[in-house]
Design a protein around this ligand. Structure first.
Ligand code: 2M8
Length: 455
């Protein structure tokens, strides 16, 4: 048995229990290494700031062994919240220059709602913070402390929900939209190719990429795509990050399946949190019910029997199937029949689960866009597996969930805590010593095989 930690290989000849203990210790070591004070960065060099949904996963990882630290992670991220409720996708570490685009490029203080120190980006990321907060509460045996934590962060969590319902709700159903592929969290997914390529740039932005210093360029977005990412940023900066003006530009407006399913899960978590705090939960329950209906009505494609993102600009679905099409599985909002079909597709060796390899591919093998090494275009991601495992469990596919858990832990044990993995060989790619991989391994190890059923 081999375990790769911090790039070096440690050899173990041990029994599974001991193996789990070593993996747990190694995972905690990664989180400690990426500690930047009140919170944890995603990786040592590639991502040296705080990222929104990474922080939520990290808090979940810490919640089993160090509830105080888990609480601090969420509180640190909430400190970056804008006055309009948006929790930005990045909270920058002062003086840190290894990441582009930094605060000098974003210049968010042009917007009256942005924090006055200007140390954030001007867009958001998948809203999973409320889910994390509830898990942190549940995993803390000291319920007095846990409740005090919920009470403290409830207003911020609610304002983050309000942001989507007030500022990003064009249909009035709660089906929220994103304005940049960076907001999706699955930045380089082939789903965005047609949108990104249809952006007519009025000029060529000038910049130096830093994301290919520590990670091979072949695993990162093309220069062509990256120019458009920066062009979008500059277009939004030009209108001072005003939400209506950004919508009016009509450059990238999508209602994604995964993003909305995470939002739905957050609404359900907020319903529980409100209840625990003795507050009215009607607002969250109603919003969740409306969103559930909207996902079914607008994102479910009856003809193709699958969920697809909705492109607001063309008024058409984006008919590119990727792993994110399965998100309704982990929210429990699809029918038993659909869940059965999804489980069959996920375990299809020609699609997402290669024979002798590792599941779940972020883009199916049969897709012309499949690339096993380029991020979000094929590699296996531990956060996605964690969500799929929950989905499989929810619908009673326990054997498949257990096998995916086993494979996921084996993948990390043998190849280190990487950002993502080659689905056929298991070789790690992207950033090294990656925090959410470590954090979610901690959660998977904690209570196998059924870790999420009660939430
Ligand atoms: C990746 O995104 C950042 C931009 O936000 C990047 O590539 O520079 C994505 O995988 C995103 O989901 C993740 O939150 C971030 C940090 O891990 O990296």
């Amino acid at each position: 048995m081999t375990l790769h930690v911090n790039g070096s290989m440690v050899i173990f000849f041990i029994m599974p229990e001991q193996q789990n203990t070593d993996l747990r210790e190694a995972a905690l070591g990664i989180l400690r290494e990426n500690d930047i004070g009140r919170a944890t960065k995603p990786s040592p060099n590639q991502y040296p700031h705080l990222w929104n949904w990474d922080t939520a996963f990290i808090a979940i990882g810490y919640s089993h062994s160090n509830p105080e630290r888990a609480e601090l992670e969420i509180e640190a991220l909430l400190d970056s919240q804008w006055d309009n409720g948006m929790v930005p996708h990045i909270l920058f570490t002062p003086g840190e220059t290894r990441y582009f685009p930094g605060p000098d490029v974003w210049q968010v203080t042009r917007n009256p709602f942005a924090p006055r120190n200007g140390l954030t980006s001007g867009i958001t990321q998948p809203p999973i913070l409320a889910v994390a907060a509830l898990k942190v509460f549940k995993n803390n045996p000291d319920k007095k402390q846990a409740l005090a934590f919920l009470r403290k962060c409830f207003p911020g969590l609610k304002r983050f929900i309000d942001f989507f319902l007030k500022e990003r709700n064009p249909d009035g159903t709660g089906l929220t939209y994103i304005v940049h592929s960076w907001e999706s969290g699955l930045d380089n997914s082939p789903r965005w190719d047609p949108l990104i390529q249809s952006i007519q740039m009025e000029y060529q932005p000038e910049f130096n990429r830093l994301d290919t210093v520590y990670v091979p360029a072949s695993q990162r977005p093309s220069n062509n795509d990256y120019s458009r990412y920066i062009y979008l940023l500059e277009q939004y900066r030009d209108v001072d990050y005003d939400q209506k003006a950004i919508f009016g530009k009509g450059l990238f407006l999508v209602q994604p399946v995964l993003f909305n399913c995470l939002f739905y899960w957050s609404l359900r978590s907020m319903e529980t949190i409100a209840h625990l705090l003795g507050e009215s939960s009607d607002y969250f329950r109603n919003a969740a019910n409306n969103l559930q209906q909207a996902i079914q009505e607008k994102l479910w494609n009856r003809e193709l029997q699958a969920y697809f993102d909705w492109n607001i600009i063309t008024g058409q679905p984006l008919l590119t199937e990727t792993v994110s099409s399965f998100a309704p599985l982990f929210t429990g909002i699809c029918t038993e029949e659909t869940a059965f079909n999804m489980a069959r597709r996920i375990t299809n060796p020609k699609g997402y689960w290669p024979v002798g390899g590792y599941a779940v591919c972020s883009t199916p093998i049969w897709s012309p866009s499949f690339d096993p090494e380029n991020y979000w275009r094929g590699p296996v991601w531990i956060n996605i597996n964690w969500l799929i495992i929950r989905g499989l469990q929810q619908y009673g596919f326990f054997d498949q969930a257990e096998e995916l858990t086993r494979l996921t832990l084996e993948l990390v044990t043998q190849n280190g805590f990487r950002e993502h993995y080659h689905p056929q060989t298991g070789v790690g790619g992207g950033a090294q010593r990656f925090s959410w991989t470590a954090a979610l391994v901690l959660d998977l190890l904690h209570d196998r095989p059924i870790s999420h059923l009660t939430d």
